[in-house]
Design a protein around this ligand. Structure first.
Ligand SMILES: Cc1ncc(COP(=O)(O)O)c(C=O)c1O
Length: 391
């Protein structure tokens, strides 16, 4: 079956944050939304149809996760990433960021240090600082060829007796890196040597453009696996983020017990009936849809890069190896950050994420979500041409 990703769907007034919270965040609601990381494509029909089937029954009472819930993720991980996950490693969370917070509360103490690698997804700051842990930055380095790398020397220097955890994103939001084996190995070795827990947010794992390949850091070897908590979800992949359902993989039994204790103490283990159904449907039936989606997104990605290079050279894209997000460097416009932001919102009428919200090294950057029908993407890029003349 051929899926139609060109279809334009009106999402206004569906309580979508991306559309219906624009006025709150940008001061006006007549912008083209290119910010929140969900896609403007229909959730696949096989998921919608499984949900509708369940709705034929009139009672939506307390629900449980059947073994197929974790089994379907396990099979997906084996097939898509060649990762052998064991049944007992698997646990649940209502959302990926929620799982990060639970893991932090379960496995670290107040004032422990947790390392992150900015520029990075803004809730990483909140789950650390909001839970009274100390945030330590190990900023990514940008090479002369425009790609980002982890700075391992700086990382080693930042580790103290109080450092308990490093929180990474793989693939990385917003710079779009898909960490390669050598990088993950170095990081894993440092974590093992220093007894650091690696909390790996792999929510974007399914969005990887060939020849790049997603490698779960816990799949490297058993020493690294014992240090790692991986959190993932079908929510981005299948556009079901509103169902708040995710999977947590913890090979280390002691860590797993602590995680599960905290999840239970907070009474967050139940989940919801629709999330359970959608996850199984996605992982059991989703491969063909995903392959077509990746093809579409890759063309969108290349289209944006080509368009910017040709028509708007002052806006430099960082070509993502994964995710449907693009980190755009506006520094060649010669304009101050606030001016760029003002032009984006009030002249181009575009809503992009402000680079400063991703922390260190976010100044003069903005993040573009390119998971939208190509005709709409073209419209957005035409509006961005305002920067081709430095207006
Ligand atoms: C790296 C990363 N982690 C987590 C999330 C959100 O996960 P959830 O909605 O399940 O909390 C996002 C959404 O943009 C993300 O980019």
């Amino acid at each position: 079956m051929q899926y139609d990703f060109d279809q334009i769907i009106n999402r206004a007034d569906t309580d979508s944050i991306k559309y219906d919270k624009m006025k709150y965040f940008f001061g006006r609601n007549d912008l083209q939304p290119l910010w929140v990381a969900d896609m403007d494509f229909a959730t696949p029909d096989f998921i919608l149809s499984d949900l509708k089937n369940r709705l034929k029954h009139p009672i939506l009472g307390y629900t449980m996760r059947k073994p197929i819930f974790f089994e379907s993720y396990k099979n997906w991980a084996k097939k898509r990433y060649n990762w052998e996950v064991q049944n007992q490693w698997l646990d649940f969370s209502p959302g990926v960021v929620g799982a990060l917070a639970i893991a932090i509360l379960a496995l670290t103490d107040e004032n422990d240090e947790i390392i992150i690698q900015p520029p990075v997804y803004h809730p990483f700051f909140e789950v650390i600082k909001g839970n009274q842990r100390k945030l330590v930055e190990n900023p990514l380095q940008k090479n002369s060829n425009g790609t980002y790398q982890m700075d391992f020397d700086d990382l080693r220097n930042k580790i103290t007796d109080q450092t308990k955890m490093i929180l990474i994103a793989n693939p990385h939001n917003p710079v779009g890196r898909v960490w390669n084996k050598e990088e993950l190995q170095q990081l894993g070795d440092i974590a093992v040597q220093n007894n650091l827990i690696i909390l790996s947010d792999d929510i974007h794992a399914d969005f990887v453009y060939k020849p790049h390949r997603y490698i779960p850091i816990a799949s490297l070897n058993s020493a690294v696996a014992q240090q790692t908590i991986t959190v993932t979800s079908p929510s981005k992949t299948f556009n079901i983020a509103g169902l708040s359902t995710s999977v947590v993989i913890i090979p280390n039994e002691k860590y797993r017990q602590k995680y599960n204790r905290k999840l239970t103490d907070m009474h967050l283990f139940l989940g919801n009936i629709f999330g359970n159904i959608a996850l199984v449907s996605a992982y059991q039936k989703g491969e063909e849809w995903l392959e077509q989606l990746l093809q579409y997104l890759k063309t969108n990605r290349d289209f944006v890069i080509h368009y910017l290079n040709k028509k708007i050279p002052a806006v430099k894209p960082v070509a993502p190896e994964g995710t449907f997000l693009m980190w755009l460097d506006f520094s060649n416009t010669g304009l101050p950050h606030e001016k760029i932001k003002d032009i984006l919102i009030n002249k181009a009428l575009l809503a992009l994420n402000d680079g400063k919200s991703f922390g260190t090294n976010g100044e003069k950057y903005f993040r573009l979500n390119f998971a939208l029908p190509r005709p709409k993407l073209k419209e957005a890029l035409q509006k961005l041409e305002i920067f081709s003349t430095n207006k």
